[in-house]
Design a protein around this ligand. Structure first.
Ligand code: FAD
Length: 310
């Protein structure tokens, strides 16, 4: 039901839906690995909508290869001192808390997850990135310059950070798949409405078979996208493994959104290329969905690895 709500939000404004989905992603470590005391203190206001969260895994030199992250959380007498630079943070600078992944040791088992506050001495943010789309949501770098955090801000065990990060992304990818589906549905709706109005060569353009087939392929892509995220979500609700299905859904739905929004611009002809119609915005918003929460190359890697495991 949550995913269907995201789909509906995205059909109106993808940036709002992405913001809700990223908030859910940032709550995942606390909701899944936090102690009852941590959840009482931080999850309750987050779920009540009083606080907005951000998820901070990526770094300037470590995106797809998350295990290459270098931000450090050095142990102190009563907690941690965090030093390093994180990148690409949706809600950066405006979030009330950060699910922050930082190094407490070496190698892939040397990363931990900390629930960091949004404001602290030594914490500063870069200017918002000048993005192609999703302008309503800020994306920034964050500089942690010896920020001290209490020990009770550790989520899960020390060294468990990457498994927590990847579990959160499995769940988050369902959100992005639903958002991409809503965006694609909206583009299809605008294209169909336009094709029923516009005439060329004496008939409505939807009645030209070449264009009708384009619309048919767009509709098939939207339906397929929706089916994949619902399939993964049902597996998740049933308590079954769903990582591979989440990657299939993210890959299918975001590729569908890119294709359908691009084709919607085509259906509208020259008008599609202007800001008088929303389809050019849809196309710019679709592009990033093939990139964040694991690029679509990384989704293929996840699927291929699960096939290799048998
Ligand atoms: C608008 C926006 C919002 C974002 N929000 C967040 C956020 O809230 N939190 C967060 O932590 N991150 C966020 N990100 C970061 C995003 O997750 C990364 O950009 C993404 O994971 C890719 O990392 P990268 O940009 O470093 O590209 P790279 O990892 O450098 O990849 C470059 C290219 O190489 C390909 N590639 C890399 N490795 C392989 C491989 N093994 N096989 C095949 N191809 C490969 C990639 O697919 C890509 O095409 C956001 C990014 C954007 C653009």
């Amino acid at each position: 039901m949550y995913l269907q709500v995201l789909e509906e939000l995205a059909a109106r404004w993808a940036a709002v839906a992405v913001a809700v989905s990223v908030h859910g992603l940032s709550c995942f470590p606390l909701a899944t690995f936090g102690t009852p005391a941590q959840q009482q203190r931080w999850l309750v206001p987050a779920l009540a909508g009083e606080q907005v969260g951000a998820y901070s895994l990526s770094e300037p030199q470590a995106g797809s290869d998350a295990a290459a992250l270098t931000c450090r959380a050095e142990k102190t007498a009563d907690g941690y001192r965090v030093t390093g630079t994180k990148a690409w943070i949706t809600h950066g600078g405006v979030a009330d808390f950060y699910a922050l992944f930082a190094r407490t040791g070496e190698g892939s088992r040397g990363v931990s997850c900390l629930l960091a506050p949004g404001r602290a001495d030594g914490l500063s943010f870069g200017r918002p990135e000048q993005k192609m789309g999703l302008h309503a949501v800020p994306t920034t770098t964050a500089h942690w310059d010896g920020v001290t955090l209490d020990g009770d801000r550790l989520l899960g065990a020390e060294g468990q950070g990457l498994p927590i990060a990847f579990a959160a992304l499995d769940s988050g990818r369902l959100g992005i798949a639903a958002v991409a589906t809503g965006l694609a549905q909206s583009a299809l709706d605008v294209a169909v409405a336009y094709a029923q109005e516009r005439t060329a060569f004496g008939k409505k353009i939807i009645d030209h078979q070449g264009l009708g087939f384009l619309l048919a392929d767009m509709a098939a892509a939207v339906d397929a996208a929706r089916a994949t995220y619902l399939d993964a979500a049902r597996r998740r609700d049933a308590g079954r493994p769903y990582g591979r299905q989440a990657s299939v859904a993210k890959l299918t739905a975001t590729d569908a959104a890119m294709k359908v929004t691009t084709d919607a611009v085509q259906v509208l002809g020259g008008y599609g290329y202007t800001r008088d119609f929303p389809v050019e915005r849809f196309m710019r918003e679709a592009k990033v969905m093939q990139i964040f929460e694991g690029t679509n190359q990384i989704q293929r890697l996840v699927i291929a690895r699960s096939l290799a495991k048998g």
